[in-house]
Every structure is written in C-alpha cells, then in structure tokens.
Design a protein around this ligand. Structure first.
Ligand code: PLP
Length: 376
C-alpha cells in the first residue's frame, strides 16, 4: 500500500461539484471583496459556535493577532503585556502575540495531553503580574481547557484567547458546569484557521475570529479593513486582513460536513488506539467521551528517525508537528524563558500518523500492523 501522510486532493474530491458551483457563483456575482459569500460563511460558522458574532479574516495568524490588537485597542491589554503560550505549539501562536506588541511567555507541556501544562501556566501567572492574557492552543484538535486554567484566568483577570486553528468543532468540558462547550466559545475570543490542511480547509488561506463580545468583533472587523468602521473613516491604523470571498464560498461548501469529517477522524483515532500495540510507541490518551477532533494523531517514539524510515519503507507517510519549539527558533533568540524540558522532549519524539477522514479501516489496520512490527 502507498499511503501519503495527507492527500489534499483526496480530502476535497467529495466536494468537487459543490466547490465548483460555490466559487463560480462568486465569479459571476462580480463582487470580489466581501459580499454575500463572506456574510453567509460568517453566519454558518457563528451558528456552530453558539451563535456568537463571527468575523472572517485572511488566515489564522492574522486572526490571533487581530484579537490581541483589538484587546489593546479596547484597553483590555497594553503593549508589552505578557501572554502565556504553550511552548510546543506551532510558531504562528508566538508570532501573533509578538506582532501585536505583546510578549509571549512559553509554558511547558503536559506530556500526557501534549497541551499546555495548566498547573505551570497558573504558576507563571502567579509569578509575574505582567502576565495579562493566556493563548490556549487546542493542539492536535484536543481541547486545552480545565478547572486549573479557568480559575487561574479568573483569579488574575486574564484575557482568555483560544487558538482554535486545529480544533474546529471540538468540545471541552466546562469547569463548574455540568456540561461541555464547543472550543471557540470558551474564552473572550477565538481564532480559527482554514489553511488547506486543517479539518475544514480552504483552497488557499483563510481564517476567522469568533467572540461573544460584539464590540470586540466590530473592532476586529475594522482593524482587518484598514481600521475603517465606515467608508473613508479610519478609527485605527489598521490592516488589510479580510476574508477572500472565493475562500468563503469554498468553506461554505465544506462546513456543513464538519460533523461527519470530525466523526470519521475520531473513529480513526479510536481504531489506532485499539490496534497499535508496541512497547516502543506511546499512544495519545483518549478522553471519554472524546471531545477531540484529531487534527493530528500523534504518537511518541524515542527512535523517531528509525520509526519514520520503517513506515516509509512500507509506503506510509508521516510528519512531525513540530520538530523545533518557538523558543529555540533563531527569530526568538533572546526571548527569556524558564526550563521547558517536556516541550523539548515532545519536539524530539512526536510523530504524526495519517488521519485524513478519507482513510478506510483497511488502511488504518495496515498502518497499525506496520507500526506493531517496528523494533528500534
Ligand atoms: C495553522 C495554525 C495557525 C496559523 O494559521 P494560518 O491560517 O496558517 O495562518 C495558528 N496556530 C495553530 C496552532 C495552527 O495550527
């Protein structure tokens, strides 16, 4: 068998006709900035997020950055404030904080969840009064939200921003309540990415901001449109970070299938967890009920290169998310941080397996069998 890590053409094949129809309608409309496609997509995404105000933007990086800039414009944050960020996230989480004039504070990972260690996050907020916000990243589609983080945010009055780029449609249990909520509705505002590899991917770059604060939503919309609230009236020195209507139309064609896409990914993760049985391979823990949407299915292997070569030799593609943490990147030379041993160990050992919703059980069984024959 030949199973690439991710086949985007295969991801989009089921939507070929609806994608063509939706994007053609934009071309025929003669309106290529904003318009009906963007409004309809914002409406549809908002409906998935408890009906909250939603603003389509250019990409996920800009979505996070615009949220922080809007919080600064509102006076909720000030330039130079510290923001807790998980050390093992994608670099965009850090860059978005920096671009807004804030300072990322890297928090070590919990090796069990591979998300931010919320106890360490609380300690970092306790230790430094300059920490005014937390960017919780639902890495690999697994929610990072618990009682410790919620209480820490409340006690220190932190702005809570979600990096929901990898977790559209995930559900997290809400501390203090007898229920769960969808990620993207847990804090003050949430950023979404529709980069083509994400669970709902566009045909290029796209993103969105969801927030319960309608004023914050208006500020994000203005900032993303040259800082203009009405035409030729600029209240901020803003940016051009608008959602492209061609992308909005494509996303509108795919979004109705979110539950099915995430459901299949959840099944695949469950299959892997049942079938992979190798003492040299550590599987991710699955919560019950499973609120994750498995943007990545990530195992840990000390002999990672040999493991990846073994799979490649059997026609199976893998990837690494991510090999170098932000604080060890050249662009963050000089960023002050404490010891981050768990995050660094994860970056050395994580391997992402194919988890595209198009995979059949036979393919997942084959991959699991090959994994079980791996010996370092
Ligand atoms: C993809 C991603 C982003 C950035 O989104 P883009 O649309 O690629 O700019 C930010 N954070 C995380 C965790 C991501 O996975």
């Amino acid at each position: 068998m030949n199973i690439p890590f991710l086949d985007l053409a295969r991801i989009n094949a089921p939507y070929m006709e609806s994608l063509a129809k939706a994007t053609e309608a934009v071309v025929r409309s003669g309106r290529y900035i904003g318009g009906e496609a963007c409004a309809a997509f914002e409406q549809a995404l908002g409906a998935l997020c408890a009906g909250l105000p939603t603003v389509g933007v250019s990409n996920g990086l800009d979505a996070i950055s615009l949220i922080f800039r809007a919080l600064i414009a509102q006076g909720r944050l000030a330039p130079g404030d510290r923001v807790l960020v998980p050390a093992n996230t994608y670099i965009a989480s850090f860059l978005a904080v920096s671009h807004a004039g804030l300072v990322p504070v890297a928090v070590d990972a919990d090796p069990r969840t591979m998300n931010m260690d919320t106890v360490r996050a609380a300690m970092a907020a306790e230790a430094d009064p300059r920490v005014r916000a937390v960017l919780t990243v639902h890495l690999y589609g697994r929610p990072c939200w618990d009682k410790t983080l919620a209480e820490c945010a409340r006690r220190h009055n932190l702005a809570v921003v979600e990096d929901n780029a990898q977790a559209i449609g995930a559900t997290a249990s809400v501390p203090g309540f007898n229920g769960s909520a969808t990620t993207g509705t847990l804090g003050h505002a949430a950023a979404f990415s529709f980069y083509p590899t994400k669970n709902i991917g566009a045909l290029g770059d796209a993103g969105a901001v969801v927030t319960a604060d309608a004023t914050l939503a208006d500020t994000v919309r203005a900032l993303a449109n040259y800082g203009s609230d009405t035409r030729y009236h600029n209240i901020y020195q803003g940016f051009n970070c608008r959602l492209d209507p061609i992308q909005a139309a494509a996303l509108g064609a795919k979004l109705p299938h979110l539950a099915q896409i995430n459901g299949r990914r959840r099944q695949i993760a469950g299959l892997y967890n049942r079938l992979i049985d190798n003492p040299f391979v550590t599987k991710p823990a699955i919560e019950h009920p499973d609120g994750a949407v498995w943007h990545q299915y990530v195992v840990r292997v000390h002999e990672r290169d040999a493991f990846r070569a073994h799979l490649a030799g059997h026609g199976i593609g893998t990837d690494v998310h991510y090999p170098v943490p932000a604080h060890l990147q050249p662009c963050y030379r000089g960023l002050s941080h404490g010891p981050l041993p768990e995050a660094e160990e994860l970056c050395r050992t994580v391997v992402s397996l194919p988890v595209g919703e198009y995979l059949g059980d036979r393919e997942v069984e084959y991959i699991s069998r090959v994994i079980n024959t791996f010996r370092p």
